[in-house]
Design a binder for this molecule. Structure first.
Ligand code: PLP
Length: 340
């Protein structure tokens, strides 16, 4: 049987032998007592990369985002974000459940909002209105097809936040894809955002985990919330070791995923059933399917050939490149698409 080629998400990666070796050798302790040296090392490494004071290792990106939102807000406050944001679309209504906040959804450009939109969305000091306290941005923007912000947009949004005393959070589940694609210094993100969430379990290839990065005082507050949510883990250093390995070895290679994404997107574009293709900026391809196939029929056809992709709407499919996709798999995918 031939190997399945899985483009459903960059979360499907398995640890490499070297990563498993690093996990096996990890020195561990009880992290709820703060005694796991490997978790501490991961948190220090992540904080340092962004020139921040502290960081917190969590079970998932949903957990880091939700903890950050809760720590930045009071019940009744309002969070401003793009309408396609993961924090709103894919976290089970967590902003309402965990933080008791309302959400002001903005119509962005492929998942990205701008400073003027943020300024207009901030509520006046009026007892009728929820208090606007937090802006949450996503880079890369998942439903924007892995689109990237221009760094100047962050700086402009940051000024609006400072003028109006709002905090600024970054859902950076795929932040390293943006950093690699645009050759940005990670430390500059640390100077613009109050808090940053990064995922280790996406294209970076770790089996579990996300890290929330911020100031000492903020992370201390977040640690309490993580405990309340049941997220205090014990010998988590085995997982943190995979995260350290990923941060040290799997960032630069994201450029390969981006190259593979463009190659596959080019092949798709040649086909009569391919409609609008969102610009392929990083590792995600979102393409409209029309004519001979519905999106689901196209996905089913690919599945018959051992290639897994997702129909994200009746007319769109999504493919995500990652660490476990080899050049041979990319060639086979291109051949398969060409023959359809
Ligand atoms: C995957 C993802 C997350 C976090 O997801 P988990 O599955 O909870 O780790 C957060 N934001 C974005 C944009 C994502 O793509």
């Amino acid at each position: 049987m031939q190997a399945i080629i899985d483009f459903r998400s960059d979360t499907v990666t398995k640890p490499t032998p070297q990563m498993l070796e690093a996990m096996y050798k990890a020195k561990v302790g009880d992290d709820v007592f703060g005694e796991d040296p490997t978790v501490n090392a991961l948190e220090n490494l992540a904080a340092e990369m962004f020139n921040k004071e502290a960081a917190l290792f969590c079970a998932s990106g949903t957990m880091t985002n939700q903890i950050a939102i809760k720590a930045h807000t009071q019940p009744g406050d309002e969070v401003i974000c793009d309408k396609l944001s993961h924090v709103y679309q894919y976290e089970g209504g967590g902003i309402a459940v965990n933080s008791g906040c309302s959400v002001r959804l903005l119509e962005g450009n492929r998942g990205r909002i701008n400073a003027d939109q943020v300024r207009e969305a901030i509520n006046p000091d009026d007892i009728h209105k929820p208090v606007s306290t937090l802006v949450s941005l996503e880079n890369t923007a998942n439903r924007g097809g892995g689109s990237c912000y221009n760094f100047t947009d962050f700086e402009q949004i940051k000024s609006v936040c400072l003028e109006n005393k709002l905090k600024l959070h970054l859902d950076g589940a795929r932040l390293f894809n943006a950093i690699v694609a645009n050759k940005e210094p990670a430390k500059e993100y640390g100077s613009v955002f109050d808090t940053i969430s990064i995922c280790l379990s996406k294209g970076l290839g770790a089996p579990v985990g996300s890290v929330l990065i911020g100031s000492n005082a903020f992370i201390k507050k977040c640690k309490r919330i993580r405990k309340v949510l049941g997220g205090g883990m014990r010998q988590a250093g085995f997982l943190a070791a995979a995260g350290i390995y990923a941060l040290e070895n799997h960032i630069d290679r994201l450029a390969i995923d981006h190259f593979h994404a463009r190659q596959i997107a080019n092949a798709l574009q040649q086909k009569d059933f391919a409609g609008t293709l969102l610009p392929v900026e990083t590792n995600i391809i979102i393409c409209e399917i029309k004519g001979r196939f519905t999106a689901k029929e196209f996905a089913d056809k690919m599945k018959e050939m051992g290639i897994l992709i997702i129909a994200i709407s009746p007319t769109q499919v999504r493919m995500v490149l990652h660490l476990d996709i080899t050049p041979e798999m990319v060639h086979k995918t291109i051949d398969t698409i060409s023959q359809l």
